[in-house]
Design a protein around this ligand. Structure first.
Ligand code: ADP
Length: 257
């Protein structure tokens, strides 16, 4: 949240730098299962963000001492390609990537029924190919779809979206310029069926009333993103569901309506 020059406005006559209204989400496209070698995968375009997620497991854990007797060991790796940012990112793992790997794991883990797979491991790899602000939310949203594609049993999907404050106004889904020149960013992840919040962060400063407004807007954004997730899974598994239903069985991606 850097200070911008007073002349640079992020909202002019109610329109943001990328043409959106204050409460408008960027365009989102989700593809299910683009990677054949992974057990599950997803690709998301969220505005200018382009992120690929691969899921492996449940499988044997390496190193083996990490295996848990009562549940699967769940790991996430958030990684940004050096070419994903405006200025080349240093290839060495950054503190930010370590933090976002942890944040992603914490946001996703409550939804996964890890008790069903003791002594195994489930790995999520998030590769940010192009970034434009909000990559943690896009990564979490896509990871949940990749986990469903892998057939990993889940209590619910996990969906994430941020709201924040720019030019003194609470807005939905900050892009990179807004994130850097704005006053605050509040990323939120929820399990939409139960409403449980599994991620709530805040960067910057908000009054209690502004925080409430930002949280409500982010939750509204999550609901919209959830519709995109369901559409993506229906598009990928709709056909399979019908044939599976006839046999009275079900597949990973169809249980999250
Ligand atoms: P998020 O992507 O979840 O909003 P941050 O708030 O840390 O996470 O980052 C905001 C944006 O800043 C990123 O989406 C990316 O576009 C940009 N960014 C992050 N790290 C770097 C970096 N090392 N170099 C250049 N740009 C970066």
């Amino acid at each position: 949240m850097a200070k911008k020059a007073a002349s640079e406005k992020l909202i002019r006559k109610g329109v943001r730098t990328d043409g959106r209204k204050p409460t408008e989400l960027r365009n989102i496209r989700i593809d299910v299962g683009p990677l054949e070698r992974a057990d599950g995968s997803a690709y998301i375009e969220w505005g200018k963000n382009k992120i690929l997620v691969a899921v492996y497991g449940p499988r044997e854990v390496h190193p083996r001492h990490l295996a848990r007797p009562d549940r699967a060991f769940f790991r996430c790796r958030y990684h940004m390609a050096p070419f994903s940012t405006a200025e080349r990112k240093r290839p060495a793992p950054s503190r930010r990537e370590i933090e976002l790997s942890k944040v992603t794991r914490v946001a996703l883990e409550p939804a996964i029924i890890t008790e069903l797979f003791p002594r195994t491991g489930i790995d999520v790899f998030i590769e940010v190919l192009q970034s434009d602000g909000g990559t943690r939310c896009a990564g979490i949203t896509a990871s949940s779809i990749a986990l469903a594609d892998a057939g990993v049993p889940m209590r619910d999907l996990v969906v994430a979206c941020a709201a924040g404050k720019i030019d003194g106004q609470i807005v939905l889904d900050l892009n990179e310029i807004e994130d850097q020149d704005g006053e605050a960013d509040v990323p939120v992840a929820i399990m939409p069926r139960t409403g449980g919040i599994s991620l709530l962060q805040m960067d910057g400063i908000l009054s209690p009333a502004e925080f409430k407004e930002a949280l409500a807007l982010a939750l509204d954004g999550c609901k919209q993103v959830y519709e995109r997730q369901k559409d993506a899974l229906k598009g990928a598994y709709g056909q399979a569901d019908t044939s599976m239903d006839e046999e009275g069985d079900s597949v990973g991606g169809d249980t999250h309506e």
